[in-house]
Design a protein around this ligand. Structure first.
Ligand SMILES: *Cc1c(COP(=O)(O)O)cnc(C)c1O
Length: 411
């Protein structure tokens, strides 16, 4: 992006005391002792709460807020969010169990994802959660399972829209996709649904992820509403809920700016009259993953070696790609860029040097920071990777090279 201001330093979201970054008011060296090991992830409970409060302040009160558990499924985090959001979205039987272990009622949990197994569908039917159906065949399987279990399953249709969220980091709708039922096939599927013993909840329309542009979000949300209104006509009955997706992104790289929540909120406020006129009995849901948790978490590893090779300095740490694939640049990024990184126990270090932070794996892909200017550090110092509260540990190949797994803490 040209003309963009640099990203607001994420360090400023965390206090600094005695040269240490603090999470939840606790100094980093103390957190490392408490973890009993490095590397570890630590998430800040108060920051998650604050993020939800900000959202509630800007979103229209008519819109319910769901958390997409795959962003960070740590049970303690999900439990914390159970008291803050209106529902959970899960994408596997494992995530469903984590959701059901909280105080969140099953009817406020929805289960999406292609290729759900019979065992997963049976758990979902038995629990009473909403199943977001990804194909006509899945609908037949759910109906058969409902029959077998003598339970009437609650189902929603996940629609593969005929548009996409522009400029998003990850497009999940539009064109040919493994996700959802193509919008043009939905009327036929609805006609069949009416003949089956299924309780119809509504529609789920997810068009993309990781957008930092309020105008693109607004455009996709408007198209989502129009599509839902069109499809409702063929449903023959109103929609109880419409999940309009999410897509609110967070800045990871230099030059990216935080979304302006006030603008996003204003865009949604403008769409409320359209929804109230055409979908008067429909509850609107927005589902967010990373936006709720990414910025509240850091990944911490320890420098084992400081090494010089042909004029370049390498900090070799005990953590890397196997714990944090996204920060290494290998989780869907096209061009590798550095996540924000700091030396967490030398926050005020005046002497700086340009270093590359690498991990212990035998591959050049194991890179956490490429030629970054950081306070001078050596063995024992703690490297912090910011923006790590989402798609961190569980999005990483922890078995690769058989190193121990990182610890996780919520403070
Ligand atoms: C992954 C996913 C999300 C969460 O995406 P974020 O970018 O983390 O907000 C929401 N909804 C669905 C259907 C998803 O698959």
């Amino acid at each position: 992006m040209s003309g963009a201001r640099p990203v607001h330093p994420p360090q400023t979201r965390f206090a600094v005391r005695n040269d240490n970054l603090c999470v939840g008011g606790i100094e980093l060296t103390r957190l490392a002792q408490r973890a009993g090991q490095t590397p570890f992830y630590v998430y800040d409970r108060a920051q998650i709460s604050e993020r939800v409060a900000q959202l509630r302040q800007h979103l229209p009160r008519q819109i319910e807020l769901h958390y997409a558990i795959k962003a960070n499924p740590m049970p303690a985090v999900v439990q914390h969010l159970a008291g803050l959001v209106d529902g959970f979205d899960v994408a596997s039987g494992g995530e469903l169990r984590v959701a059901l272990d909280t105080t969140m009622p099953a009817r406020c949990v929805s289960f999406a994802g292609p290729g759900k197994s019979d065992a997963e569908l049976a758990s979902a039917v038995a629990s009473g959660c909403v199943i977001n159906m990804e194909s006509a065949h899945e609908m037949e399987r759910i109906a058969a399972l409902g029959d077998k279990l003598s339970i009437r399953p609650t189902v929603a249709i996940r629609v593969n829209p005929d548009f996409e969220l522009k400029s998003s980091g990850m497009r999940m709708g539009g064109g040919a996709k493994q996700f959802g039922i193509d919008a043009e096939q939905v009327p036929e599927v609805l006609a069949r649904l009416r003949k089956l013993d299924l309780d119809f909840e509504g529609l789920h329309i997810f068009s993309g992820s990781q957008s930092l542009r309020a105008d693109a979000l607004r455009e996709a949300q408007e198209k989502t509403l129009h599509l839902a209104i069109r499809l409702q006509d063929s449903a023959g009955t109103g929609l109880r809920t419409l999940n309009i997706g999410g897509g609110l992104g967070v800045p990871y790289f230099p030059g990216e700016q935080s979304l302006d929540l006030a603008t996003v909120g204003a865009g949604l406020h403008e769409l409320i009259p359209l929804a109230e006129k055409n979908l008067p009995h429909t509850r609107l849901i927005i589902e967010l993953g990373r936006f709720l948790v990414a910025e509240a978490g850091i990944y911490v590893c320890r420098v084992i070696e400081r090494k010089e090779s042909r004029g370049q300095v390498f900090l070799v740490t005990d953590g890397g790609l196997h714990h944090h694939l996204a920060a290494s640049g290998n989780f869907g990024q096209v061009i590798r860029k550095n996540y924000p990184v700091a030396i967490g126990n030398r926050m005020q270090g005046a002497v700086k040097e340009t270093v590359s932070v690498v991990g212990p794996l035998c591959t050049p892909l194991d890179l956490l920071a490429d030629q970054m200017e950081l306070p001078k550090a050596g063995p024992g110092d703690l490297v912090v990777v910011f923006q790590s509260g989402a798609y961190g540990l569980t999005a990483s190949p922890t078995a690769f090279l058989s190193h121990p797994a990182p610890a996780e803490m919520l403070v």
